[in-house]
Ligand binder design. Structure first.
Ligand SMILES: [Zn+2]
Length: 112
């Protein structure tokens, strides 16, 4: 299961960050996931819950979903997108890029 391995690496990273932060105890971690990141957000939420529960570290977790946003390289306008590659709704150019919605990262941790 793809999401389980992602969740595991996020937890490992958060634990490492807490250690780097004066060996503090991790109490919560926050993750940012873009809607177009190719991750099943419910699956990730579920996996994080299982790993954190089984670790008995008493760590909470939050997932922030990022809505996709694209920018047109021609007319430089931003627009909401539902796909990675899409045409600009203003000028019709296909020269666009996703600026938000593709992220998968540990946003922050809370330590005690
Ligand atoms: Zn455009």
């Amino acid at each position: 299961m793809h999401e389980l391995s992602i969740a595991l690496s996020i937890v490992n990273l958060a634990v490492q960050e807490a250690k780097n932060n004066g060996n503090s105890k991790l109490s919560e971690l926050e993750v940012e996931v873009g809607e177009l990141a190719g991750v099943d957000i419910n699956g990730l939420d579920f996996s994080l819950g299982i790993i954190l529960k089984s670790s008995r570290m008493n760590v909470g977790h939050k997932i922030h979903t990022i809505s996709p946003l694209s920018r047109c390289n021609i007319c430089k306008r931003d627009f909401k997108s539902t796909r990675k590659y899409t045409s600009c709704p203003f000028c019709g150019s296909k020269d666009t890029r996703l600026t938000k919605g593709n992220e998968l990262r540990l946003k922050s941790i809370i330590v005690e």
